[in-house]
Design a protein around this ligand. Structure first.
Ligand SMILES: [Zn+2]
Ligand SMILES: [Zn+2]
Length: 306
């Protein structure tokens, strides 16, 4: 299924056609690399036909922080405007743990998270997608610490960028395995900042966490609506799942290449409740990001049309 065996030289035209996603009712795109600088991300999104993008605003697996200088912000905004991308979000660093009981790690996470908010604001992004942390000791205490740290960060970094709490596969002590856990975090936020907080649902994560989008599609959305309200849904991450239902494995697969299958993504793409919610793929890119992203986005476009 994937062109294995040789790495495509950079600059070689992709054999995969660029899908035209502009006719869809809502933005659809991919997580794209910001190698070479944040302004390189919008043209990469444009090259795969995307009308939405997600990027890292720093090296995601390192603590080292940076600020966005005015010239970088201007370059990114110009590239963003030129690319025809309607919706742009950052994904925060995987190291941040705002639920940690360890005072040192909490302080470091809070500083890092505040820097993420500042960079996203400087770039003019719509939102920042963030995983709840790991509770380590006690789940309820972890939820409270996570909420209090979010409240502190948002109060300290005012702005228009929204925070989207992402559902997780729930491995180990990761919070965010259930819709109720995200609701508990949001419920603890002061009203002054709660309005800036929304939810990102990742199809792979919720399936791995035990929500059966294959066998009980409408039931899963009813549970989401009960716990959080569909109006809280600001972003969808569309990833197929290598792990089985309830496996707690956060292993993304290409659209139609995992346990969710094309039929589930057809339901998502044709669901009128979700039609305007921005959608992003974070599917494996193999040895050729442009070709793989075009292929997966092309599949979603085809499934939307029926
Ligand atoms: Zn994520
Ligand atoms: Zn995700």
């Amino acid at each position: 299924m994937s062109p294995r065996g040789s790495i495509k030289p950079t600059g070689t035209p992709s054999a995969e056609p660029r899908p035209d996603l502009r006719a869809l009712p809502g933005p659809l795109g991919a997580h794209v690399s910001s190698a070479g600088g944040s302004a390189e991300a919008p043209p990469r999104a444009d090259a795969v036909g995307a009308t939405a993008l997600q990027l890292f605003t720093k090296t995601a697996n390192q603590w080292k922080e940076r600020e966005v200088a005015p010239d970088e912000a201007a370059a990114f905004r110009a590239a963003h405007a030129a690319a025809g991308v309607a919706f742009a979000v950052a994904h925060d660093s995987y190291l941040i743990n705002l639920a940690s009981p360890d005072a040192g790690l909490r302080a470091r996470s809070l500083a890092s998270f505040r820097a993420e908010l500042r960079r996203s604001e400087a770039l003019g992004l719509d939102a920042i997608v963030s995983h709840p942390g790991n509770y380590m000791d006690d789940r309820d205490a972890g939820l409270a610490r996570n909420a209090d740290a979010i409240a502190e960060a948002l109060a300290a970094e005012p702005g228009r960028v929204r925070l989207c709490l992402e559902t997780t596969a729930g491995s180990g002590t990761a919070l965010g395995r259930t819709f109720e856990e995200l609701a508990a975090i949001i419920a603890r936020l002061p009203a002054a900042v709660a309005g800036r907080v929304a939810v990102c649902l990742d199809t792979c994560h919720v399936f791995a966490a035990g929500y059966d989008l294959v066998g009980d599609y409408d039931g899963v959305w009813a549970r989401f609506d009960d716990a959080l309200g569909l109006e809280r849904l600001a972003v969808l991450h569309l990833n197929d799942s290598q792990g089985a239902l309830g496996s707690r494995k956060d292993r993304h697969a290409g659209i139609g290449e995992g346990h969710l299958g094309e039929a589930t993504f057809a339901r998502v793409m044709r669901d009128p409740r979700l039609s305007r919610v921005p959608k992003l793929i974070e599917t494996p890119k193999g040895d050729d990001p442009e070709t793989f992203d075009r292929r997966n986005l092309g599949r979603l476009l085809r499934l939307a049309a029926g």
